[in-house]
Design a protein around this ligand. Sequence first.
Ligand code: SF4
Length: 490
Amino acid sequence: MKYQHQPSDSAKQYQRIFSSRSEEELRELAHVKRFMERLSADATFRAKLGEHVKNPSVVTEEYGIDVDPEDLQPMWNTKHTKHRFTDEMSRWPKAQAWDDYLAEMIANRDLIRDSGSTEKTNPRFHAWRERQIRRSASELGVSAEAIVHPVAAYELSQGCSVGCWFCGISAEKFQGNYPYTPENAALWRGVLQVMVDLFGDAAQTGFCYWATDPADNPDYPKFIEDHYRVTGHLPQTTTAAPLKNLDLTRKVMALHEKYCCITQRFSILSTKILDRVYDTFTPEEMMGVELVMQGKDALMSKAKAGRAEERREKLVAAGKEGKISKLQSDHTTIACVSGFLVNMLSGLVQLVAPTRASPRWPLGYRIYAEARFTTVAEFRAAVEDMIDVFMPESVPASEVVSFRHDLEFSALDEGFELQGGGMKYSCNGISYMGRMGRLIHENRMTASDVIGELVSNGEDIFLVGQSLQSLYDNGLLEDDPGREGAASAG
Ligand code: SF4
């Protein structure tokens, strides 16, 4: 029987964002969007608004933005920014309409994270991904909130021709493409079908780039349309080269318009590129395209990972700290997949999950396992093997257990506390909790030894096992494959 796809809740909600608004509302929103983008990307635009506070429309007229900045005062005028997200916003309906739209887009992001659930289709993978999500929440700083943990990313090229200095995953130089030949297309559809067979509709969260750019592969539209046909979802497209091949970009935009599953994204590397994008596409055409501002004026910090971190370290070593952007935050990774990273060209599948970039994992993601494949059957066997080995349902009994190395342990009278990433976990008030915490903190006993020790002191085996499992499920035990005491392998 053929698998019947359900459009994901995220796709349905995404479609509602547009269908619930009239054409005129969407047109207005498209122009407000252009204003907001220019505001976040362009320091000259911001300065000009500051110079013309009394007559700001001269600035939007100069930039060809069909919006009166008076209607958006809380977004840019420091005198009024305090009113944003308050009832006072009713004085500026266009600004309120923008905030409403943004809130819906953020809610959509959360739904995408939920779409990756495989609770029913693959409980072992589900438990593993949930652990990664919980660990990320306290490990990844400000990066955690925006990460939706898709279950797969597919690369359709080797390397990337864009070569951004800040590339958080240090993409290598472009080396070649995976062309859409009949053989490649058959393997591609087979790989997608395996993902659907193993993960059901969660396979819809996959997308087709990583350390690659969609604009490098002229057959990209064919691959993503196959993704739609096999999984029921057109995957997200993010490109840093939207102007490189306009025909390709327009084809991709048309597919997104047709299937309307998820927002498309352009990374904007400079205000010059922003100008050219605005000259090429109308505000209305850009309504389904989120702009990720990466230029030097943009109010966005770069992740401390990959090439951006290498550059920072070099500047510090050369005593040139002044060249490092003042805008720094605890942005620790750009990696987002908790699942399978697949390169179709090299036939490599890796089991990965986001982590804080470090000397051990400089690209901001852990690699739990990897395998090669040349056929659909080999791909399936590799993925199933990774699930078998790395996704036990319960704490592996014979592994040494320890707390995550990034959490600070403190003993309490009747328990313990773990602290990290602005979060605090208290395990307290149960007779054995203090002893259990200390045994785990010592990082020398296996899970079954910890349970045995507590049970020999008269504790209930069921309760002790449940407590240990709860620490595991909440992502508090070490499972970094690069560390001793990692409780991931079965
Ligand atoms: S950030 Fe994206 S576009 Fe830029 S080099 Fe890395 S993979 Fe390529």
